[in-house]
Design a protein around this ligand. Structure first.
Ligand SMILES: Nc1ncnc2c1ncn2[C@@H]1O[C@H](COP(=O)(O)OP(=O)(O)OP(=O)(O)O)[C@@H](O)[C@H]1O
Length: 247
């Protein structure tokens, strides 16, 4: 049997009496895009916090590539190959575009080489150039990250996440606040990421979800309401009632 890269089993957490995530199970298949959707307050961000280790679940398990990482701190899930991009920008605005990427790529150097001067961090330097080119940011490499447009910042954030060569990328609304053109470019970019990583996405733009996702998990009031291929999920009457507001 093939081990799923991410296996969520019966995951749950409560805040006071509120079951924010309740008995949620699903698997993300390697090099595919799995998207978590659901109305506001459905538990999507909490689910991401449980997977990345920002929150410890009260029940259930998080398996990364067959290894039990339940409740492991974010540094450990990161070392296990999980990288997360936040809704709120997490770049260093006072560093250049290239420096932001190189900092993340520094983990590729062996421990012995990690503290070498920048000019001798060969792997990190080459990864940085590769990311700049792939994300069409080479012409902006020496610009301060804080001076980039919103769309470019979001793309840089994804480049930073990818620079450490993770197995799984958690993207929380990568197109939020983007123009129509930037959204289309980012969708293309996210699709191309599956060459390298497995993508777990939170996205509100339902058109984008249907275009982009290989698999959709629908959450509602903390629970998994449905899962499957985008077309199957869209046709599900329970999903239509809860999410699209139809009856
Ligand atoms: N730290 C917390 N303490 C108490 N309640 C919380 C906490 N974090 C989330 N909640 C509650 O848990 C529920 C799920 O919230 P969550 O942010 O995960 O939903 P979401 O699906 O990501 O929503 P949105 O689409 O609005 O981002 C909500 O009712 C929220 O108010």
């Amino acid at each position: 049997m093939i081990t799923p890269v991410l296996d969520i089993r019966d995951l749950g957490i409560s805040f006071g009496g509120l079951k924010a995530v309740d008995q949620v199970s699903f698997q993300a298949q390697r090099h595919k895009i799995t998207t978590v959707i659901g109305p506001n307050g459905a538990g999507k961000s909490t689910l991401f916090n449980l997977i990345s280790g920002a929150l410890k679940p009260h029940r259930g398990q998080v398996m990364i590539d067959g290894v039990d990482m339940t409740g492991a701190a974010p540094e450990r899930t990161k070392a296990a190959g999980l990288s997360r991009s936040f809704q709120i920008t997490s770049l260093f605005p006072e560093l250049t575009v290239a420096e932001n990427i190189r900092l993340a790529a520094q983990v590729l150097e062996t421990a012995r080489r990690a503290f070498l001067p920048i000019s001798r961090s060969a792997r990190a330097m080459s990864k940085t150039s590769q990311m700049l080119e792939r994300f069409q940011l080479t012409h902006r490499r020496d610009e301060l990250a804080g001076n980039l447009s919103h769309g470019d910042q979001r793309r840089l954030e994804i480049a930073v996440c990818l620079a450490s060569e993770p197995k799984i990328l958690l993207l929380d609304e990568p197109t939020q606040g983007m123009s129509h053109g930037d959204t289309a470019d980012t969708a293309k970019l996210v699709r191309s990421l599956t060459e390298d990583v497995t993508v777990l996405l939170i996205e509100h733009d339902i058109g984008l979800v249907m275009d982009l996702s290989d698999y959709v998990v629908v959450m509602h009031q903390g629970r998994k309401l449905a899962e499957g291929h985008p077309d199957v999920v869209r046709a599900d009457p329970a999903v239509q009632a809860a999410y699209f507001g139809h009856h």
